[in-house]
Ligand binder design. Structure first.
Ligand code: UGA
Length: 438
């Protein structure tokens, strides 16, 4: 199958490389020349485990090319739209500029039988609007919506072997059948492996995506709300999560209390979903998502307050070590990262913050050059009066008190992700504080 992928960010670059890995002929398009140059030379423009390997093998096979010129999509039959839908400045809605520009840019090149496939996370109603646009300009081409559920850090595996496939197709049965057949060819490997497939209408496909993210965000904020109660009652939210998680109706995954969720998806998606509900006159249906957001943001404030308290009432001129800046481990993504937000807030209070991360320093520095970044844990903790573990990279989870106690000025640690062994740190004479557990 000849495929084009418009947008080569965290989603599109992985999608393009994975499609080529599956044997398709793929061209990836992006307006960012530096990104395209890197990808064309087989280099991943961001950190994603497994991506460099498939980029190298796909490029070597000749099945994967990249271009900044939209005309390069000519000859492809399936065109994936994988551009970003960030939060619109000054609003909770999604900024649709990039999706609209991608589809408008594609229109002149569409041929009879082509299929435009939306992957971006969009407000419900977008697909039918874009389908009409495609029909107007290229009557022989069609549109389907195929939301993406990949997790950063596992993006390659999630793309090649997704846990489900969703196709939102046209209300016209003939068009729907053709769209389905083309997508089945694209995803033949996953379908042969019995990956569940849901074929539905446009609105449902769009809603599946935002509902999934809203549910995940709600699950995390639920457990963080319980953590707030545990914090004032002496309960232990981790043991509680284990206990309720044994109920398979609840499940243990996404019940890790901590400093809350971040990233380029969950925070902006719940806001855009709420904003869309308000436009539809159903704001009250999703009003709870505002609470989910508020609980989430309170966790960051809680850590800042705790640091100030542990530093004796003020952070001014106190040395603070921050371990972890990415919004989660195995990623260099700092979009809406709770860890980086906490570091910035403490810096704003006059603390002398020294921050490190295995992969995210460059991105964090570009956004917040006022922070002081160091390459190693040893440099970060040197003379620190308090150490904050904020992103649970493997190398931070395995730190032992003995490794750093000769370096710090004060034996105080906040475990923002509840991943350290509290007894080990307390036995070594540290003041250890965690999220929602004693
Ligand atoms: C999320 C969804 O999980 C994907 O299914 C979806 O495709 C993607 O958004 C998207 O819309 O593109 P991702 O943003 O990569 O994926 O990250 P998650 O693994 O969902 O983690 C989100 C945040 O929640 C992270 O900051 C993480 O630290 C936090 N989290 C996660 C918790 O605080 N507790 C948990 O128990 C789990």
């Amino acid at each position: 199958m000849k495929i084009s992928v418009i947008g080569c960010g965290y989603l599109g670059a992985v999608h393009a490389a994975a499609m080529a890995e599956l044997g398709h002929d793929v061209v990836g398009i992006d307006v960012d020349e530096r990104k395209i140059d890197a990808l064309a030379s087989g280099q991943a423009p961001f950190f994603e485990p497994g991506l460099p390997e498939i980029l190298t093998s796909a490029s070597a096979s000749g099945r994967l090319t990249f271009s900044t010129d939209m005309a390069a999509v000519k000859g492809a039959t399936v065109h994936f739209v994988a551009v970003g839908t960030p939060q619109k400045p000054g609003s909770y809605s999604a900024d649709m500029t990039y999706v609209d520009a991608a589809v408008d840019g594609l229109l002149p090149y569409l041929q009879d039988g082509d299929l435009v496939v939306g992957k971006s996370t969009v407000p419900v109603g977008t697909a039918s609007r874009l389908a009409a646009k495609v029909k107007d300009s290229a009557p022989g081409a069609n549109l389907a919506w195929n939301p993406e559920f990949l997790r950063e850090g596992f993006a390659v595996q999630d793309t090649i072997s997704p846990d489900r496939l969703v196709y939102g197709v046209s209300p016209d049965p003939e068009v729907a059948g053709k769209s389905r057949a083309l997508l089945n060819e694209v995803y033949a490997k996953a379908l042969n492996e019995q990956t569940p497939l849901v074929v539905t209408d446009y609105a449902t496909a769009e809603l599946v995506k935002v509902s999934a993210n809203a549910f995940l965000a709600t699950k995390i904020s639920f457990i963080n709300a319980i953590a707030e109660i545990a914090e004032v009652t002496g309960g232990n939210v981790t043991e509680l999560a284990d206990a309720i998680g044994f109920d398979t109706r609840i499940g243990r995954r996404f019940l890790n209390a901590g400093i809350g969720f971040g990233g380029g998806c969950l925070p902006k998606d719940i806001r855009a979903f709420g904003a869309r509900a308000e436009e539809l006159g159903r704001g009250e249906s999703l009003a709870f998502l505002k609470e989910v957001d508020a609980i989430n943001l309170r966790r960051r404030q809680h850590v800042v307050d705790l640091v100030v308290e542990m530093l004796g009432g003020k952070a001014f001129e106190k040395r603070v070590a921050v371990l972890g800046l990415a919004f989660k481990p195995e990623s260099d993504d700092i979009r809406d990262s709770p860890s980086l937000d906490i570091a910035v807030q403490l810096n704003g209070l006059g603390a002398i913050v020294r921050a490190t991360d295995p992969e995210a320093i460059q991105n964090a520095h570009a956004k917040h050059p006022q922070l002081h970044f160091v390459d190693t844990v040893a440099e970060a903790v040197e003379d620190a009066e308090i150490v904050l573990l904020l992103t649970e990279w493997k190398e931070y989870r395995s730190i032992l008190p003995q490794q750093i106690e000769g370096l710090v000025a004060g034996k105080q640690i906040i475990d923002g992700r509840n991943v350290l062994d509290s007894a080990q740190w307390r036995d070594a004479g540290w003041t250890y504080r965690a999220m929602g557990r004693p």
